[in-house]
Design a protein around this ligand. Structure first.
Ligand SMILES: CCCCCC/C=C\CCCCCCCCCC(=O)SCCNC(=O)CCNC(=O)[C@H](O)C(C)(C)COP(=O)(O)OP(=O)(O)OC[C@H]1O[C@@H](n2cnc3c(N)ncnc32)[C@H](O)[C@@H]1OP(=O)(O)O
Ligand SMILES: CCCCCCCC/C=C\CCCCCCCC(=O)OC[C@@H](O)COP(=O)(O)O
Length: 252
């Protein structure tokens, strides 16, 4: 019988190894099929990553996928709990959708390469000015290239079962490009995954894609309200999906 700490370390190491090896094998396929850095590679990456859940006994129960079927670009925002989120992301990821990620992810070897090839937009979180410049550029190109952009508005991983306050970048982006915001909520992992308690068992994750929130006609003055509205809706959904009805009542 392995101690919980060893068992946890083994499972996480296996996850990382799976990511590293699969990336190394998938990168040449992406290069051969699509020739370089393009969002089209996400289809290939998605196909590979969707098999990972079986290794860890994870099940996803997805609702509301029809809400992704908006014409043209959109900003998708979701909660971010762990490095395991990448599996949940690929479970629902619509076509032609790139993510915003921290630039440090570029330096993770083959994983960095596959993330680069998939078209992920890298931002420097240590420089607000440069992050804003990148986001403003994205606002322009998402309409011309007809892509959706996936942002984790908490800005960092958070596995507490609640949401961190949202950063406004995603909502500025939506208003600048005049495109809808589509919230996606994953139920809390705390029952099966908790690094502090060395917990990582099999489990079920409920995912809900919420109806798009329109931004047509909104200006930068409305960004704070839009952010709050989205935060409240997502927090209520998180508590509902995770089964903490009392907390959901408190927050409304
Ligand atoms: C084949 C097998 C493969 C296996 C492995 C492969 C794996 C995966 C394949 C692909 C998967 C990729 C997954 C990638 C996931 C990556 C996840 C992450 O890295 S999350 C971390 C990075 N993301 C974010 O941080 C996004 C959220 N953050 C923001 O939106 C922020 O706002 C910001 C980064 C833009 C800026 O942050 P910060 O410097 O902290 O400043 P703020 O406090 O947020 O803002 C300061 C004020 O500026 C205003 N603001 C912000 N943006 C704008 C803007 N665009 N225009 C105008 N003004 C802006 C903001 O409102 C603040 O002003 P205030 O007066 O306070 O309102
Ligand atoms: C040559 C260098 C070799 C380095 C090897 C590193 C191996 C990394 C292996 C596997 C990691 C798989 C993770 C998949 C990507 C998930 C993206 C992610 O979830 O990033 C975290 C980021 O959103 C938030 O960052 P912080 O919570 O602020 O921190």
């Amino acid at each position: 019988e392995l101690s919980p700490a060893v068992n946890f370390a083994l499972r996480i190491s296996f996850y990382c190894l799976l990511c590293v090896v699969s990336s190394a094998l998938t990168a040449p396929v992406c290069l051969l099929v699509n020739g370089g850095r393009t969002v089209k590679n996400m289809r290939i990456i998605k196909t590979v990553v969707k098999t990972f859940k079986y290794f860890f006994g994870l099940r996803f129960e997805v609702k509301g996928l029809e809400n992704f079927k908006v014409e043209g670009p959109a900003i998708i925002v979701s909660n971010h709990q762990s490095i395991l989120d990448m599996m949940g992301l690929m479970e629902v990821l619509p076509d032609d959708c790139v993510q915003v990620g921290k630039k440090e992810l570029m330096y993770t070897g083959s994983v960095g390469l596959i993330i680069y090839l998939g078209g992920v937009i890298f931002i420097n979180r240590k420089s607000t000015t440069s992050a804003k410049m990148v986001m403003a550029e994205v606002a322009k190109t998402m309409t011309t290239e007809n892509v959706k952009v996936w942002v984790y508005p908490e800005g960092t991983r958070n596995c507490t079962g609640d949401l961190l306050p949202f950063k406004k970048g995603a909502f500025h982006l939506a208003v600048q490009a005049q495109v809808p915001v589509i919230p996606v909520v994953y139920s809390s992992f705390t029952t099966f995954y908790n690094p502090k308690k060395n917990l990582f068992t099999s489990g079920k994750i409920k995912v809900e894609v919420l109806p798009p929130i329109e931004t047509k006609g909104l200006t930068s003055d409305d960004v704070s309200d839009l952010t709050d509205r989205c935060f409240r809706t997502m927090r209520e959904t998180l508590f509902r999906l995770s089964g903490h009805p009392s907390e959901a009542k408190e927050s409304s």
